[in-house]
Design a binder for this molecule. Structure first.
Ligand SMILES: *Cc1c(COP(=O)(O)O)cnc(C)c1O
Length: 345
């Protein structure tokens, strides 16, 4: 079989949630948008619900509706994009809580779903989503009288602890929300690490659960093992792959493995990336193809049956660095062709 195996270690994920939860004295939710960052919202959310998570966060109402089928009644499912035109039936049927982002959304919500739960998303300076301070001044009394389940905002620079934007957004958020009754939430993974001033009543970690920076203590969750299809010896001067991009300077042994950029293994990481056989590091040679990658296995004592791209030896951030991107993009880009296996549930 040439299908690669993506193993998702739910025990590691559970431990990451516990470690992040232990850093705060308040409620810890979980962000499972984009299919739990590519790792499978169903198994991930089921495990987290059994761990006691009571607030989940997704980007779209449609994601929330799928998640509701997995979770059943009970846990709150919050939708970051808020209440969009056409969402009312879905929000109602799946009992989703939209995070209202504008006056328009607020009016749409109270008109189409009076009495239905909602939260408020405020803009504290990121200028991406949320109600602006001036709008909030106008809307605040009406919104709070309808008892939002959560009032939240999002930090733009939380992965840089010394960035002055963090304190600035904290001040803005406090100005807009100090004294209200509703529970408040400001922090994702990065904000949790900034300390208690940033924790408020509920936190919303995503990437830290899935083993990525900025949570330095995260255990790796994704393990990707790619079968070797063929091994050959090449002589000095011979080339490997498209464009003859790699040429052997000395005799080498080359393994061809069964995954490529169609599986989310970005072409851009090629020149800097490695795979592992156990603890031995093997260099990727030449260009990454759609379904295939060539690897230098000259130094290995025996022909490997498979090689690991993600795991204990190499995490999502190392791979992201090789491609000049972030762990989030590596995880959410992992393709649909892998067999996904879940361990440690
Ligand atoms: C994605 C997202 C999160 C989770 O962020 P991480 O950095 O992955 O922990 C939290 N809140 C909002 C509004 C988000 O968009």
């Amino acid at each position: 079989m040439a299908q690669s195996v993506l193993t998702i270690d739910l025990a590691a994920l559970r431990q990451n949630w516990r470690s992040l939860s232990a850093r705060t004295a308040t409620e810890t939710g979980a962000v499972v948008k984009a299919d739990a960052y590519g790792l499978g919202a169903g198994p991930v959310a089921r495990m987290l619900a059994s761990e006691g998570v009571r607030r989940f966060f997704v980007a779209l109402a449609e994601e929330g509706a799928s998640l509701r089928k997995v979770l059943g009644q009970g846990p709150e499912i919050n939708v970051f994009s808020g209440h969009m035109a056409g969402d009312a039936a879905l929000l109602k049927a799946a009992q989703l809580t939209p995070m209202i982002n504008s006056i328009d959304q607020m009016l749409r919500h109270v008109e189409s779903l009076p009495g239905h739960s909602f939260g408020i998303q405020l803009d504290s300076g990121m200028n991406r989503l949320g109600i602006e301070p001036s709008e909030w001044a106008a809307l605040r009394e009406l919104a709070l009288s309808q008892k939002p389940t959560l009032v939240m905002s999002h930090l733009a620079c939380a992965d840089e602890p010394d960035h002055p934007m963090n304190a600035h957004q904290l001040r803005e958020f406090r100005k807009m929300t100090d004294g209200i009754d509703a529970p408040r939430s400001l922090s994702a993974t990065g904000g949790i690490l900034l300390g208690p001033d940033y924790h408020f009543d509920v936190t919303r970690p995503g990437i830290g659960l899935y083993g990525g920076a900025p949570f330095g203590d995260a255990l790796p969750v994704a393990h990707l093992s790619i079968p070797v299809i063929q091994i050959r010896d090449v002589a000095a001067g011979e080339s490997v792959g498209y464009g003859n991009a790699w040429v052997a300077r000395r005799p080498a042994r080359v393994a061809t493995i069964a995954a490529g950029y169609a599986d989310g293994i970005l072409r851009a990481m090629g020149p800097k990336a490695h795979v592992h056989s156990g603890t031995s590091r093997c260099k990727i040679l030449g260009r990454i193809s759609m379904d295939l990658i060539a690897v230098d296995v000259t130094a290995l004592p025996a022909a490997p049956e498979s090689l690991d791209l993600l795991g204990a030896q190499q995490g999502v951030d190392t791979l992201a660095d090789a491609a000049g991107t972030i762990g989030y993009e590596i995880l959410t880009g992992l393709g649909a062709r892998y067999e996904r296996r879940y361990t440690g549930a």
